[in-house]
Design a protein around this ligand. Structure first.
Ligand code: GLC
Ligand code: CA
Length: 554
């Protein structure tokens, strides 16, 4: 069971409004009690924070904002004491423009360090190609005093590193091994598919009013990322038996086995299939509502795809996505019962479950009145795009409310105290005002809270009796024809166990007939284990009310 920490918003202990390593250390017992084994930290390296730490200026230093290397070592030590593994973020498609390498490259654009990046001659006074960066605008920025441009697929402060250069690769491997030597369990690997470029940088048919084409097109067409990934694995992770979970978008069809199969490039990779459904054709303003069945069937297809190949890492949300409770739950289910149903259907899927901070108490999206209240670089870009496309300010803000990455980045809601118990002073990003109702302290007291349910769910998944089935059991869709029902079985070939996970996402009660006698109700999200058991024995069926979820041993 893994848990993602977004350090800037997790826990502040020195009153500067920014979460820190001491804060993480102070909450290790909380995570242990929840049932967490693996902790992934979003970047804590030195950074100008243009993209919240995903722009690293020194891979060997801890950001001052977060603490010191001694505190990091202490965190590692304290996690170990509790039998928890620490995983850091590995951001090596790009670095910060403040990194020494880039500064040296700018100082001598013909020198050795220029070759750590993509410094490419423009064409007739224009950039080398018409790529649009992920954060908007051209992916090329002029190199001052030259006729060259440097490539940045993300912000212009995040120049892309040249993975074709063996010297650069050696530097990266040395750094990875340096961290693994410290006793790190592994890495979450950022934007890794992007490391392979087509050196010809072909232009593509423009796909937006700005006359540019998404740089994704080049990523989708270029061949050969596998060789780079294998090289990295051989020189680093493999030597330490390290755990790796990759952020991979735009993988080519049929490559899953190469990525996460036995001997694959990575231990696992995130399943973003449900999240991708919500991405509009032209950014956030082009998003469309998603039907329940489309969402469910997408997850099912993804589960079946991985079967027999490897494990995907299942998420409801992360620091780049809005809150799952606000996105995946229909209006009528945006309550504790609905959040628990979402937890049950997600956590028990086949794969490695990751929880994102605050998900375990059902934190939600946060409405803002003005774009100035957002901090995220991508939100600002998408807001501009929406206005350019003719949306009103209200419509553009609605897009941000539904999609902004800042929805997940508001401070963790620890209590109903000032600043949600996150900090003694004003946090770097305003708290979600609903912290007075949704917070850890309140939920810890209540056995029927979302938090208490997550604990039960994780304990069930990890319990010695069912662990085998929840880990290795086959995923088999169930009751696919029933309206509003999200149900599947986990079937163990090892011990013959069969477990049914079922939830009703609709507004009306639904009855599911069981195909055999003797089922046992293991868990209900509404405290109804006993009444479900009685119904099973009398009717060989279970009735699930709106937003109700149950786990049965068949
Ligand atoms: C990944 C990160 C995201 C970041 C981007 C660039 O997608 O998760 O937060 O902005 O890479 O590093
Ligand atoms: Ca702090």
């Amino acid at each position: 069971m893994a848990y993602q920490i977004y350090p800037k918003s997790f826990m502040d202990t020195n009153g500067d409004g920014i979460g820190d390593l001491r804060g993480i250390i102070s909450k290790l017992d909380y995570l242990k009690e929840l049932g967490i084994d693996i902790i992934w930290l979003s970047p804590i390296y030195q950074s100008p924070f243009v993209d919240q730490g995903y722009d690293i200026s020194d891979y060997y230093k801890i950001a001052e904002e977060f603490g010191t290397m001694e505190e990091f070592d202490e965190l590692l030590e304290e996690a170990k004491k509790r039998n928890m593994y620490l995983v850091m973020d590995l951001v090596v498609n790009h670095c910060s423009d403040q990194h020494e390498w880039f500064q040296k490259a700018l100082a001598d654009p013909e020198g050795e360090y220029a070759d750590y990046f993509y410094f490419v001659k423009g064409k007739n006074g224009n950039p080398p190609s018409n790529y649009r960066s992920y954060f908007g605008g051209s992916a090329w920025e002029p190199v001052p005093g030259t006729d060259k441009y440097y490539l940045h697929m993300f912000a212009k402060e995040q120049p892309d590193l040249n993975w074709e250069n063996p010297k650069l690769r050696r530097e990266i491997y040395k750094m990875i091994n340096w961290w693994l030597d410290k006793g790190l369990a592994g890495f979450r690997i950022d934007a890794i598919i992007n490391i392979k470029k087509d050196p010809a940088f072909p232009s593509f048919e423009p796909d937006g009013p700005d006359g540019l084409a998404s740089c994704v097109k080049m990523v989708e067409e270029v061949q050969g990322v596998g060789a780079l990934l294998e090289d990295m694995k051989r020189e680093t992770f493999e030597r330490y038996d390290a755990f790796t979970v990759a952020e991979v978008f735009n993988m080519k069809d049929d490559e899953l086995r190469e990525f996460i199969g036995e001997d694959g490039h990575f231990s696992t990779m995130f399943d973003f299939s449900a999240h991708e459904l919500f991405q509009g054709q032209n950014g956030w303003y082009g998003c469309r509502p998603i039907e329940f069945r489309e969402w469910r069937d997408t997850i099912f297809a993804s589960q079946e795809e991985a079967q027999g190949i490897g494990f995907k890492a299942n998420i409801i949300e992360n620091h780049d996505e809005p809150r799952g409770a606000s996105r995946f739950l229909p209006e009528h289910a945006r309550n504790e019962k609905g959040k628990k149903a979402l937890a049950a259907t997600s956590v028990l899927l086949r794969g490695i479950p990751f929880i994102y901070q605050g998900q375990e108490i059902g934190m939600t999206n946060c409405r803002r009145e003005d774009i100035s209240e957002y901090d995220d670089i991508s939100t600002k870009d998408q807001y501009r795009e929406a206005l350019n496309a003719g949306c009103t300010k209200e419509e553009a803000l609605q897009c941000c409310y539904e999609n902004s990455r800042d929805n997940a980045r508001t401070p963790m809601q620890w209590s109903a105290d000032a600043n949600a118990g996150f900090s003694d002073s004003a946090p770097w990003l305003a708290v979600n005002p609903n912290y007075t109702e949704i917070n850890v302290e309140e939920q810890q007291k209540r056995p029927d809270s979302v938090l208490s349910f997550y604990k039960k769910l994780i304990a069930l998944r990890k319990s010695p009796v069912y662990r085998e089935t929840f880990t290795y059991g086959r995923f088999v869709p169930a009751y696919e024809e029933a309206d509003d029902i999200f149900a599947y079985r986990r079937v163990s070939e090892e011990n013959g166990q069969e477990i049914l996970v079922a939830a009703n996402y609709g507004t009306k009660p639904r009855t599911l007939k069981l195909d055999r006698e003797g089922a046992r109700a293991l868990l209900s999200n509404d405290g109804k284990e006993k009444s479900l058991q009685i119904q099973i024995e009398r009717e060989r069926a279970v009735t699930l009310d709106s937003c109700e979820a149950a786990v049965l041993l068949l």
